[in-house]
Design a protein around this ligand. Structure first.
Ligand SMILES: [Zn+2]
Length: 83
């Protein structure tokens, strides 16, 4: 999954604050928009960070070869953050 930032005129799905942007985890930007429009995703920065730090997510750089998982892990294993 990737993190997408979408413009919002609504509220955070976590804390209910009115926010200008929400963050959505999805495979594609189109999927992120659909999830947000259906009301199934969309958190403010604070709530998204809370969720990521409380759940077992890893942050992995996709630079420079986003299509090659093995290269990515070899070159950038030091950038991986494991919670
Ligand atoms: Zn929030």
């Amino acid at each position: 999954m990737k993190m997408f930032r979408l413009e919002s005129e609504g509220k955070c799905g976590g804390c209910n604050w009115a926010v200008s942007f929400v963050y959505v985890l999805a495979e594609t930007e189109q999927q992120a928009k659909e999830l947000y429009e259906k009301g199934e995703a969309g958190l403010c920065g604070d709530c998204m960070c809370d969720m990521l730090s409380e759940a077992s997510y890893e942050v992995v750089s996709s630079y420079p070869t986003p299509n090659s998982k093995e290269d990515k892990r070899d070159l950038y294993s030091h950038t991986r953050m494991v919670y």
